[in-house]
Design a protein around this ligand. Sequence first.
Ligand code: MLT
Length: 259
Amino acid sequence: MPEPMELAYEERGSGPVLLFVHGFPFDRTMWIAQLAGLAKLRTAVAVDLRGSGLSNTNSGSDFSMDLFADDIAKTMDVIGADQADLAGLSMGGYVLFSFWRRHPDRVRSLIFIDTKAEADGDEAKAGREKTAELVAEKGLQPLYETLGPKVVGSSPSIEVQDKVKEMFLNTAPEVAAADSLAMRDRPDSTGDLGSITVPVLWMHGEEDTLMPIDGARASAGKIPGAHFVSIPKGGHVSPMENPDAVNAAIADFLKSQGN
Ligand code: MLT
């Protein structure tokens, strides 16, 4: 596995660190509303995963959820955060499961958003390989045309649609290919659900068609004491589509921990 790297990040606020991990094929800018809205409670930090956004110094190869998790641990070292509340959307949630397995002592709480614990089945794995080939050959535009409309719920604003498009098209093809293969190879995390011992919030867009909410609710139900919040008017990028509801749920969750 390559050496962990220090990730590019953006931060707002002060106090204990609340760190956000983006999905695929996105970057730290998907969390603009969370950084603005939650900086009064925490040092809100949004990272760019290896290859994405401003962490694009690395060409995309040999990526894994474990490597992404180790990159985050290294970045926490740089920030001076022994522990953090960690929030991850979709692929970011897969990274959180790896982080929990590899660095449990550094986790204060986990916030899963529009994600799932299951590994890919055979068909999904084959789809990852097709995606990797497609983006390597033709760039991100064709992937955006098929996947972009499915990422949002039924009534996305123009701003959200534009932002989603911008992030897709800003992702380097070799990075999207490497991300896709890393997701193909991620382990199943369902066996870990019952042994998560930190506080957990799981939020899920009611209109998420890529990862239907019922499966998410079932997974959250296996985590001892987890809070589950469904986000109205949210598709697969609910923090962008309904930031008020997402920020309120995170704020309530953090306050319920007494810090
Ligand atoms: C994401 O938003 O990160 C992706 O939908 C995750 C996936 O393709 O499994």
